[in-house]
Design a protein around this ligand. Structure first.
Ligand code: NAD
Length: 507
């Protein structure tokens, strides 16, 4: 929560979605949703009361009774319609997203689009939720599996992808026959709510999708609620670990996708121009606020001579409001985030890293002078043990680490606790193959800087970046949102006399 200003009192309120109705919260606790480029107050978001959270879960529980029996085709057609509505409203969705989150309009469209891909995938649920059947496992006995929905599932999402990440969650949970309670980030809930309006317009029945707002208390209420069966969380490692432990203790199935410190390796044989472009885009795009950003680049051997070229490339990036044509780097989400990133840059200098490019306090005109901007920042000579290496900065700050050879570069990555994503830039197939085999990170790019898999696969971050075994979207999430029921059946004809069997074997 934060204090509500005069402007905030006049701002529109973000609604709760309970039992198919967008309703005004009765809470006394509110927080402002602020445009991070200008500090304009866009809305006020409520911190839902316990009664409202209970009402959302009760509505989802009641709706599950009929939704779980809804035929596959009826479920799939809703997502066919939703993908069409998202496409038709892409411009509006991107504009809402940029206003509250800050990223550029093209990047905001990318955020919506990566979620839209999951909606398209949910529309093919008929092929995804198939069980297995083995005929004649014993005389006249068949065994088959049903993938049945769990009940009420919940999703807790971060600020950095307010379209994509809610769309990772509720379409697949609902397509598999569950009902859902979503708790979006309180920092930028507006585009998420617009997507939920479109979901209702597409035909999601009352109670099947519910939304509550809030922070720590709402999240704890979700973890503890006896009627919630499973939780999908995406956010920081600290909060994700808390959610995993608390909700697991309460008997729930939990998947948590968490923080990162992704490294890329650059070998001297890499295509130089392509590599510099890829690194600049992945390190500074979205102001570094991507869980798959590249905040660490390990320069191997002669590639260490590329530092001036990388600095020159970073200097060409335009810092500004996300709605301005040509902007490459928008603002950080909040004043607190800007202050935190600036203080980490201070610590980098104090720890002895070389500040090659200082992006603090870029000069911007008009309303943007008040925005939470930090420009591209580059340190060289960074080592493990320095704060800028050890901590997830989540800002446009790139740490360059020298390495003598590929083995040393790989050991930096495998020694780091995080395992969200990594990449190698090289023209050597042998080096790329060695990297693919030896690297202990769940998502690997080969000359691809941000290797986020499409929904034919699943998001597969690993080690400290993830708790729970199954990832979001794709095949893995079908298993996450369903319980496998295995049926072993035998049918007797009228003339069968049967035999007495006192062993456990099937005959
Ligand atoms: P966050 O952990 O602060 O917030 C995530 C959610 O948890 C929000 O809904 C928030 O309301 C709630 N929350 C915040 N503080 C809480 C508390 N003390 N107790 C209970 N709930 C709390 O994360 P963020 O700042 O919104 O997002 C950035 C983080 O998310 C980064 O660490 C980033 O790497 C990570 N992230 C990871 C992935 C991934 O797939 N691995 C994707 C996107 C973001």
């Amino acid at each position: 929560m934060n204090a509500i200003s005069e402007q905030g009192l006049k701002a529109p309120t973000v609604k709760l979605l309970i039992n198919g109705q967008f309703i005004e919260s009765k809470t006394t606790e509110w927080r402002e949703v602020i445009n991070p480029a200008t500090q304009e107050v866009l809305a006020r978001v409520p911190f839902a009361t316990q009664e409202e959270i209970d009402a959302a879960v009760a509505s989802a529980k009641e709706a599950f009774k009929t939704w779980k029996k809804t035929p596959i085709g009826a479920r799939a057609r809703i997502f066919l319609k939703l993908q069409q509505l998202i496409r038709e409203n892409m411009g509006e969705l991107a504009a809402l997203l940029t206003a509250e989150q800050g990223k550029t309009l093209p990047d905001a469209e990318g955020d919506v689009f990566r979620g839209l891909e999951v909606v398209e995938h949910a529309a093919s649920i008929g092929n995804l939720q198939l069980g297995e059947l083995a005929n004649n496992v014993a005389n006249g006995v068949d065994t088959y599996t049903l993938l049945q929905p769990l009940g009420v599932c919940a999703g807790i999402t971060p600020f950095n992808f307010p379209a994509m990440i809610p769309l990772w969650m509720f379409p697949m949970a609902i397509a598999t026959g569950n009902t859902f309670v979503l708790k979006p980030s309180e920092q930028d809930p507006i585009v998420t709510m617009r997507l939920c309006e479109l979901a209702l317009e597409a035909g999601i029945p009352a109670g099947v999708l519910n939304v509550i707002h809030g922070g720590e208390n709402a999240v704890n209420a979700i973890c503890d609620h006896k009627d919630i069966k499973a939780i999908s969380f995406v956010g920081s490692t600290k909060v994700g670990t808390h959610v995993y432990n608390r909700a697991s203790l309460a008997g729930k199935r939990v998947q948590c996708m968490m923080g990162a410190k992704n490294h890329a390796i650059v070998l001297p044989d890499a295509n130089k121009e392509q590599t510099l472009n890829a690194i600049a885009g992945a390190s500074f795009g979205a102001a570094g606020q991507r869980c798959m950003a590249l905040p660490v680049v390990v320069l191997v051997g002669e590639a260490q001579k590329w530092i001036p070229d990388l600095v020159a490339k970073a200097k060409t990036l335009k810092v500004g409001g996300g709605t301005e044509k040509g902007t490459d780097v928008g603002p950080l989400i909040s004043c607190a985030a800007r202050e935190r990133v600036e203080s980490l840059i201070e610590r980098g200098i104090a720890d002895g890293a070389k500040l090659e490019l200082d992006g603090r306090k870029p000069q911007l005109a008009g309303d943007y002078a008040k925005g939470n901007f930090v420009g591209p920042t580059i340190f060289s000579g960074v080592k493990p043990g320095m704060s800028i290496y050890d901590i997830e900065i989540f800002g446009p700050v790139l740490a360059l680490v020298p390495a003598a050879d590929l083995d040393e570069a790989i050991s930096f990555i495998n020694d780091n606790p995080n395992g969200n994503g990594t990449a190698i830039f090289t023209q050597s197939g042998a080096a790329a193959h060695k990297f693919q085999e030896d690297i202990d990170v769940g998502q690997v790019g080969i000359n691809v800087p941000i290797p986020v898999p499409v929904p034919l696969f699943s998001f597969s971050g690993s080690r400290a970046s993830k708790l729970g075994d199954l990832g979001p979207y794709g095949k893995q999430v079908v298993l996450f949102y369903t319980q496998t029921k295995t049926v072993t059946s035998r049918w007797f004809d009228d003339n069968s006399t049967g035999t007495l069997n006192t062993t456990i074997s099937l005959k």
